[in-house]
Every structure is written in C-alpha cells, then in structure tokens.
Ligand binder design. Structure first.
Ligand code: HEM
Length: 236
C-alpha cells in the first residue's frame, strides 16, 4: 500500500498518488459541505441535513483510511526534506500556512460534531421537512450531567481496552485522554454558548456560517500547501 501511495501522481509532475488522492478527496468533501450550505440558504432543510451527514461519514472514513495508510507520514510533517524551496519561504510562508491549516482542521472537526448535534436539537420535522425552531435552546442540568458521566464512562472503558487488550503505549493513552478531554470541553463550552446565543435557530445559523467559512479556508490552505510542495517548490 505504502509503495502504491508513493508512486508518481496524476495532478502535478512531482506529486505522489497518496498526495493527489488525499487532496482530491479533501476538495470533494469541502465542496459537498459548501453545497449543503447552498441547500440551507435555499431553505431546503432536509436536503441540507442529509448531505451534511453523508459528507461527515465519508470524511471520517477517509480520515481513518488516510491515517492507517500513511501513518500520518505526510511529507509536510517530515520536516524540510519534502520542501524544495528557499529557507525564508519555508519559514515565513510554508510553515505558517501549514500550521494555520492544521489549526483550522482541528477547529473544523470539533465544530462539525458540535453543529450536527446542535442541528438535530435546534430543528424539528414539519411535514417531513426539517425546519429550525425559534426559541431558547438549553441543555437541562440533568442531561448535562448524564452526558458528562457517559463521556467519563466511555473514556474509562477505552482506557481498560487500551491497557489490557491492546497493551498500548502511554502515548496512545495520553492521545485518547486528550480526545475525550476535548469532547468534554466542547460540551462544557455549550453552557457559555447558550448564554451568548440563547436562540437555537440563530445559534445554528451564526455558528453554521462560521463553520462553513472554516471549511472554505481549509480548502484554500490545503491547496496552497499542495501547490507549494508539488508544483512551485518540489524537491529536485
Ligand atoms: C456540520 C454541520 C452543519 C453545518 C455547518 C450547518 C450549517 C448551516 C447554516 C450555515 C445554515 C444557514 C444557512 C444560511 O442562512 O446561510 C443552516 C440552516 C439549517 N440547518 Fe444546518 N448545518 C449543519 C448541520 C445540520 C443538521 C444535522 C441539521 C438537521 C438535523 C440541520 C438543519 C438545518 C435547518 C433546518 C436549517 C434552516 C434552513 C432554512 O432556512 O429553512 N443542519 N445550517
């Protein structure tokens, strides 16, 4: 698999199959999300929600496949060897663009999970169609506590699985603790968001637009990274 991914690509003379396929898939998912935004703008709530779910599931499958196939050994993570341009461009342009990209991807993933849950909570079905319902949207204190206990319980079970079945390294345990910690943090931030944007429909529109803008920026930064690595400054 690794050899196949490292074969010459089809988009740019210096690209690899792995880089080209992952870039093209990233374009497809981002465009799907942006089309879903178009449906929401045209008040087609059900089409919007279905396309968001399809894009989300395919994106997660792609991320898992990508992780296993390339072990995150993306050229850009491997240091300067993958970049054929001058040092000042590497330090002042490439690294900031890539760092911005990674921050946006992390933020985008967190917001996607948040928005999907919020989308279901803030909408209702009227004549088989999803519409946003106006009015205050709050998590009840009891539900909040239950969600927190469930997160804690899942973390505990996963930790037992890691320790006794997979005999995983402490690095893996720390990574999982960070993932569960982030989920718990996002759930806690909901309390603050509720205060700032109490109306569920308005919250969905405002945070949804912010999320869609982040998707567009992710696409721009990944395009810039791809161009710099494989078109403008390939390794000779
Ligand atoms: C990543 C997840 C999601 C994002 C980023 C998102 C984004 C948006 C945005 C930006 C709008 C407002 C469009 C505009 O006026 O500019 C919107 C509206 C809407 N969303 Fe979502 N959404 C997401 C998930 C969902 C889900 C899961 C549902 C339903 C279960 C849903 C249901 C709706 C509905 C019913 C509207 C109103 C459409 C109308 O104006 O009639 N959304 N969404």
């Amino acid at each position: 698999m690794k050899e196949l991914l490292e074969k010459p690509g089809f988009l740019a003379p210096s690209g690899t199959i792995g880089a080209d396929v992952s870039y093209l898939l990233a374009v497809v998912f981002t465009v799907l999300f942006l089309v879903a935004w178009g449906y929401a703008k045209k008040a087609q709530g059900t089409r919007h929600h279905k396309l968001i779910l399809v894009s989300m599931v395919s994106m997660v499958v792609y991320f898992c496949g990508y992780y296993y196939a390339r072990q995150l050994g993306v050229l850009s993570f491997e240091g300067k060897e993958g970049f054929g341009g001058p040092d000042d461009i590497y330090n002042n342009v490439f690294v900031p663009v890539l760092t911005t990209h990674l921050v946006l991807v992390t933020l985008g993933l967190i917001l996607t999970f948040y928005m999907i849950v919020e989308g279901f909570r803030a909408s209702e079905k009227v004549n088989e169609d999803f519409v946003l319902k106006a009015g205050e949207l709050k998590v009840r204190a009891k539900s909040f506590r239950t969600v927190m206990y469930v997160i804690l319980g899942l973390w505990g079970l996963n930790q037992l699985f890691l320790s006794f079945v997979r005999h995983a390294s402490s690095g893996a345990s720390i990574a999982w603790a960070l993932i569960f910690g982030t989920v718990a943090l996002v759930v806690s931030i909901e309390k603050l968001i509720e205060k700032l944007l109490p109306d569920g429909a308005r919250r969905h529109r405002i945070l949804g637009r912010g999320t869609m803008i982040i998707y567009a920026l992710i696409l721009s930064t990944s395009t810039a990274t791809y161009l710099m690595l494989y078109v403008i400054y390939p390794v000779k």
